[in-house]
Design a protein around this ligand. Sequence first.
Ligand code: PLP
Length: 394
Amino acid sequence: MVSEKMYELGSKRSVIRELFEFGKKRAEEVGAENVYDFSIGNPNVPAPEAVKKAILEILEEENPVDIHSYTSAQGDLKVRNTLAEDINKRFGTKFDGNNLYMTVGAAASIHICFSALADKGDEFITFAPYFPEYRCFVEAAGGKLVVVPAKIQDFQIDFGEFEKRLNEKTKAVIVNTPNNPSGVVYTEETIIKLTEILKAKSKEYNHPIYLISDEPYREIAYDVEVPYLTKYYDNTFVCYSYSKSLSLPGERIGYIVVPSEMEEAKKVYAAVCGAGRALGYVCAPSLFQKVVAKCIGVTADIEIYKKNRDLLYDGLIKLGYKCVKPEGAFYLFPEALEEDACAFSEKAKKYDLLLVPGDDFGCPSHVRISYCVTTEQILRALPIFKKLKEEYDK
Ligand code: PLP
């Protein structure tokens, strides 16, 4: 017999995937130009030219055996040193390669951190709206995910609700800023308050409460600073990914930072290596380790997302939708036009307008719109959003 838990995870498609598959089917039936698919967070901006150039240079100039061979389990040291140097330059930190663990994107990074930390019964706190995979990773690591309800006025943190959920069993808190699905960036004020509470509670409980910063959208921020969390709190893991910043989601590359300032940093880094080993996430793709080291300072064209954000946000507000203005990532998270976001999403589906209900993100009053689509799709979709609104206004 198979594991019931794994069977359940593998046989139930996520709502996002369901909608995405529905969109593909409808495109065949009615033509792609009549489907408004905002379901999935797949970057539509191509990887920058520098990525192609780096791949070609590596293929032409490096020893063909080395290019594709195993690196150290935690990644090539030269690559890790190069990335650490860049982080130091940008954020005034003092890392070196030994603070970094290369792995297959942010998903693996987060999962490794949960597994490196979790003992049976440990609790991990996150803030709604949150990335649904956290639950799956925390539970696979033997922990329990505790969710702080969303502060829907601005999607910053409801500290009252947060403090109610902190206790001796809290092992770590995970934040995602810029956020999927709200697009909100936590302000420095929020970060300072959060880390002050964590410092006080760590002292009270006599053990560190770690902070995990899940940041695949760090580079996709529009005219705002995204605070670098290790500067505010020593016990912070940074989980970074190139999936969105370089539009390389299929290449599976990213890293974890374990700062030397962290309590028992060497032991924690060893636990990260252990979790990477236990999960089979060792030796991230070696070609792409080299590629990202050659693409320091390069990002995909973020301006396209900003243009889409402005067009869609302004358009929806004008139509009477309610939405917190996102300052990053490529998602908008407006209020559904009825209490039940699933029912609202079903109604939108009748117009072939595909919006993800917020239930799985822990915020069932809202829907997610992924605007990593063509600007032309947004222009075509605005009259459909208008029709949908009119249906509710009747
Ligand atoms: N965390 C968040 C908040 C995400 O939105 C995603 C992907 O969409 C991930 C993690 C996983 O990213 P990766 O492709 O780097 O594994």
